[in-house]
Structures are given as structure tokens and as C-alpha cells.
Design a protein around this ligand. Structure first.
Ligand code: URA
Length: 449
């Protein structure tokens, strides 16, 4: 017989939690036997003290076992999914899922909604008239077999412990913990049943992980969980200091994704979409198809149309457009040298594109269109940013979020590569190019290290 207080005390004092305690506490929390206040104390202790890789593996397992696993055996093609840790203008899933399906794999993309300054895939797709996010399990399986791609809301039976715990962490300041983030992401993804997984782990101002080393630590933990569950996993470490593409906001991002699917669109979106597709296809064992060629052929756009129509959406219907647009112009000749992802993300959120609480509605038309990107030459009076919004009262907050978030200077400045590195497992061992933290205690607060 275990006691929640003993488990909390043990972690508070920096002890390792044994497997049976972890199994018990997750199961008891899911059943309501361990109370929210006890689980929040334990989550805070984990935030401060961290967990080692055995604890993370067991915690992830217990969360998977709190619900059911999707069985994708009937789909008839290799299955592979992608997960992004979230960013500003990150609409990559929209062109990526139909692209990978057009290349021959099946993509079961069970997604969440946006919270805070990062957007959610379902919110973006809900800008399309008629499109339906909630599908029952048989519908998911049928669409995967027929179309090869489905993007829909996660089902209530997948990792219910994570659903409950994530909502609690969100309101108790316990989201920012590598063991808790890694186990949360991987429990949902493993329960979803895809044969392989590609992770887009972002670093920079617009990401969860503000620095490259922190993102690398998270990526290593995520890949290692994949190894422990014999799931091939690759993690691309990608720059999120500048918004991805030009559009930030739900309908604006759908429009930009369609441009990409039609063979155009911003170069960074195309680059990342193709890089992730290539990695997904490799893990799925499809090595004779070039995703860049499939993207430019129009086949991915046809797949998009099928995927949207299968969920009741009208891909030809006009997308919502904002009633008001405020333009910010360049004050001088020079180069746009700074465009901070976090500032743009917060501005779009304050214009109504995102939500502060889970139950808030979003304004699908709201957002920011970045007309110039860092490195672009600009002249005095040239439009740099467009703010799209419905209510005048929202404008001042968005403008203040952008204060100091962009700059025009005499020099262009420099940027690192979009994809900084890749960490892969081989199903047996984690392959990284520098030292890993797999055997150390991860996620301790800096003062406790
Ligand atoms: N996304 C998740 O699914 N879980 C976390 O803990 C953080 C981001």
C-alpha cells in the first residue's frame, strides 16, 4: 500500500521513485484516488528534482497504460507521425501530412489546440468552413486507409493520465520540466500507435525551450523514450527565434500552407516541410520517393483536398478574413535585422488568434502577416507587418507586444541554419553528435544541479 504523501516526500528529498510507486501514483491519480493538490505537489517536486531515465521511462509507460492504444495494423501502409514542440507560424503539419501520404506512408496526426502564444493545428484547420476535428476511432482508421492522412483531435481514451496531468501542470507552474514534457509528449504519441515518429524540437524565443542546449536535452530524452519502447524516433532541432513563414494566425496560416502545397510559399516552410517529410519517409522505409518532387508535382495538394473533404471541410470555400488591418512600415532604409518570434506570437495571440484558457474561443481571421523577413532589404515606408483583427480594443496590446520585437538597421545581420541538428535512435541506441544526458538526472532546476 502506497501513500501519496510518501511519494511526494521522496521526490521532494531528491530520491529516485521505484517503479511500483510510479505505477501506483499515475493509476491512482487517473482514478481520482490521488488528489489534484497532491499531484501538483509531486509535479513541482519533479520540476525541482528531475527524474532519471529509468523513472522517465516508467512514468511514460504508466501514462500509456492509463488508457488504450490505437491499433493501426489494419491501415495497410507504414505509419509515421510527426510532433512539434510548438512555435510561432508553425503550420508545417498542414502541408506535411498530405505530402507524406502522397509519398505512400500513412500519417495519424492526433493534435491538440493552441495555448498561449503558440498556435494549435486544430484551431488552424477549423478556419476551413465545415471541417470537423472530432473523429471516432473507426473514422480515423477508415480515413487513414482511404486517404493516408488524418489530422484530428486526440481521443479521450489515449493517455488519459496525461490529459489530466497536463491540465493541472498548466495551472500550477509545472509545465517547464524536461521529464514531464518528454513523458507527456511520448505517452500520447506511443499510445497513438504509429510505427515511427519524427519530432521537431524547437529552440529560440518563440519555443518552449529558449536555448539550443535545453532543446537538445529535451530531444535526447524524447528519443531515448522511443528507444525504450522500440519506436524509431528522429528529432530535428530547429530554430524558432524568427516566425516560420510569413503568416501567424489560423486562417492566414492555412492560406500559406495551401500556397506551399501548390508549389509556392515561403522558402523556410518548404525547407522544413521537405526535411521532416524526408526523415518520416526514411523511418517508414520508403526510400525511393523524393518529397520535394512530390510537393512540386501537385500530388500533395490533391491529397490535401481529399483529407479536408473527408472531414467535411470545403477546401474551395473562402477563408475568414479580418475586418481591420493595421500596417507597420519601415522607418528607414536598411535591412530588417530582427523579427522576434515571441513578440510576433504574442501580438497575434492578443489580436485574438490564440486563447488564454482552454475554453476561450479563437478568432480564426486574426493574426500577423510578416511582409518582410530578417535579412530582407527594405526602404522607408515599406510595409513590414500587417496586423489582422476584428476589435479595435485589441490593437494597442498587440502593438505593445511588438515594441522592440523588430528592427531595421544598416547591416543585414546573420542567422544560423533552420535545421541545426538531428538526433536519431536506431531502435537500440541513441545516436547523437555530442554528449548525451541519458544517464544523468534530467530536468532538475539549475540550483539543484
Ligand atoms: N506538449 C505536451 O504535449 N506536453 C507537455 O508537457 C508540453 C508540451
Amino acid at each position: 500500500m502506497f501513500s501519496a504523501v510518501d511519494v511526494i516526500r521522496a521526490k521532494r528529498d531528491g530520491l529516485e521513485l521505484p517503479d511500483d510507486q510510479i505505477d501506483w501514483v499515475i493509476d491512482a491519480y487517473t482514478r481520482g484516488v490521488v488528489a489534484d493538490e497532491q499531484m501538483s505537489a509531486l509535479a513541482m517536486a519533479i520540476c525541482c528534482r528531475g527524474m532519471n531515465s529509468r523513472e522517465i521511462a516508467r512514468w511514460t509507460n504508466a501514462m500509456i497504460d492509463s488508457g488504450e492504444r490505437l491499433s493501426l495494423g489494419s491501415v495497410g501502409r507504414p505509419t509515421v507521425d510527426k510532433h512539434s514542440t510548438g512555435g510561432v507560424g508553425d503550420k508545417i503539419t498542414l502541408p506535411l501530412a498530405p505530402l507524406v501520404a502522397a509519398c505512400g506512408a500513412a500519417v495519424p496526426q492526433l493534435s491538440g489546440r493552441g495555448l498561449g502564444h503558440t498556435g494549435g493545428t486544430l484551431d488552424k484547420l477549423e478556419s476551413i468552413p465545415g471541417w470537423r476535428a472530432s473523429l471516432a476511432e473507426p473514422e480515423i482508421l477508415a480515413q487513414l486507409s482511404a486517404v493516408g492522412a488524418v489530422i484530428c483531435a486526440t481521443t479521450p481514451t489515449l493517455a488519459p493520465a496525461d490529459r489530466k496531468l497536463y491540465a493541472l501542470r498548466d495551472v500550477t507552474g509545472t509545465v517547464e520540466s524536461i521529464p514531464l514534457i518528454a513523458s507527456s509528449i511520448m505517452s500520447k504519441k506511443i499510445a497513438e500507435g504509429a510505427g515511427a515518429l519524427v519530432l521537431d524540437v524547437k529552440f529560440g524565443s518563440g519555443a518552449f525551450m529558449k536555448t539550443y542546449p535545453a532543446a537538445r536535452e529535451l530531444a535526447t530524452a524524447l528519443v531515448e523514450i522511443g528507444t525504450q519502447h522500440s519506436v524509431p524516433v528522429s528529432a530535428l532541432l530547429t530554430d524558432m527565434s524568427v516566425p516560420l513563414g510569413r503568416a501567424v494566425g489560423n486562417a492566414l496560416e492555412v492560406a500559406e500552407s495551401i500556397e506551399v502545397l501548390r508549389g509556392g510559399g515561403p522558402a523556410d516552410i518548404v525547407e522544413l516541410t521537405v526535411a521532416l517529410a524526408q526523415e518520416m519517409l526514411t523511418l517508414a522505409g520508403i526510400t525511393d520517393v523524393d518529397p520535394a518532387q512530390v510537393l512540386s508535382s501537385g500530388a500533395a495538394h490533391e491529397k490535401w483536398t481529399e483529407m479536408i473533404e473527408a472531414q467535411g471541410g470545403n477546401p474551395a470555400a473562402p477563408l475568414p478574413a479580418a475586418a481591420r488591418v493595421r500596417v507597420i512600415e519601415s522607418p528607414s532604409d536598411g535591412y530588417l535585422s530582427t523579427l522576434d518570434a515571441y513578440a510576433v506570437g504574442v501580438a497575434a495571440w492578443r489580436l485574438g488568434a490564440g486563447r488564454a484558457r482552454k475554453e476561450d474561443p479563437v478568432d480564426h481571421a486574426a493574426g500577423v502577416q510578416c511582409l518582410a523577413k530578417p535579412g530582407d532589404r527594405v526602404v522607408t515606408g515599406q510595409p513590414l507587418l500587417e496586423l489582422h483583427y476584428t476589435h479595435e480594443s485589441l490593437l494597442a496590446g498587440a502593438l505593445s507586444a511588438l515594441d522592440g520585437g523588430w528592427a531595421v538597421t544598416a547591416g543585414a545581420g546573420t542567422r544560423g541554419p533552420l535545421v541545426r541538428d538531428v538526433i536519431r535512435n536506431t531502435g537500440v541506441a541513441v545516436v547523437v553528435s555530442t554528449t548525451t544526458a541519458t544517464n544523468s538526472t534530467l530536468g532538475q532546476a539549475p540550483s539543484a544541479r
